[in-house]
Design a protein around this ligand. Sequence first.
Ligand code: BGC
Length: 411
Amino acid sequence: MMENTFPSSFLWGTATAAHQVEGGNVYNDNWVMEHTPGSPYVESSGDACDHYHRYREDIALLADLGFTLYRFSLEWSRIEPEEGEFSLAQLDHYRRMLATCHEHGITPMVTFHHFTSPRWLAASGGWEAQDTLEKFARFCERAMAHLGDLIPLACTLNEVNIGPLISAMTGTPLNAARTERWFEAAARSVGSDASRFTPFLYADAERGRATILAAHRRAVGAIKAGRGTCEVGLTLAMQDIQAGPGGEEMAAQMRRELLDVYLEGTRGDDFIGVQTYSRQRFGPAGPLRAEEGVERTQMEYEFWPEALEATIRYASAMTGLPVIVTENGIATDDDTRRIAYIERALRGVAACLRNGIDVRGYTYWSALDNFEWSHGYRPTFGLIAVNRETQERTVKPSARRLGSIARAHGF
Ligand code: BGC
């Protein structure tokens, strides 16, 4: 008898985001920041995993391992490199990726925006500007017209709350970077200035939230109106927010500000995408550091796989929506710790299912060791290692373990 069982319809996934695995893209705002001296980016994305050319082998490998869902993102800046100029060749590229998933019996889940934006968008007010809603909706419409018949599951925006969450976890004000010299230089290099240049991760908490949630709503409409039938949701960065000694009030306030206001923005959606890596404790004055004696990951997060069960329960109770775990994972160079992490996280998912919570799938972040934003290539989240010189892929034991759990519908 298996201790942890999952329905046969349960989706077993792994995920990437375009820029993190494609790299080499001068058209997006991240490339600009990576190449601005003094920025927090420790290195350039370079060729990343060259997934742009190697997606066929990568998707075939995921199918062979036993995965049934692949979450990836469209790179808006490739599809619309200049405002209003859409590239059919790039849309065809993503169409081939979708077709490859279907050929291998993998359900594709497409994210329409995963952190990076076209540089022209970031330069002209980005994620604080009212007309971004219109621009994002137009991009979603165009993409759906070309790809919609092949997209069964869509996420509008990835981690709509990421800026405020990082700021709360690190205790750094969200707009601190905007007065730094590197930020001004990055803005200038795209013909903008520091007051207008607004990449997704740097949007102001309130103005950013208003723009991002409204953009999500418009995008849901645009995606639903497109070709095919597609279930649509957003994804939220959900640490399990806990109270340290005396921190009950602060933790409750953080839950309201970092989770609840965004969860309320999912009304009318088809699912909620839960993305969880660890817990975050708060004391009366703010975030607490990792607790003494608790193992840390390469990201300095606490090794806390139980956070996933807590956040699924929270998201489900707050929204009443079906849950898809759209990201969960660990950065470690010790793959045995990855296996332990995955198994403990999945025990939590199975417990939720036993209690009747509608969890539809589990997606491990990430398929490949890839470009971890400002941290560069040091943190390794992947189930599959990538040789940075040769691009050779090496399957880690954790990939085989998760794939065999998927095939057996449990463990
Ligand atoms: C993001 C990914 C990122 C991962 C690990 C999530 O915040 O969606 O792009 O690589 O966490 O840090």
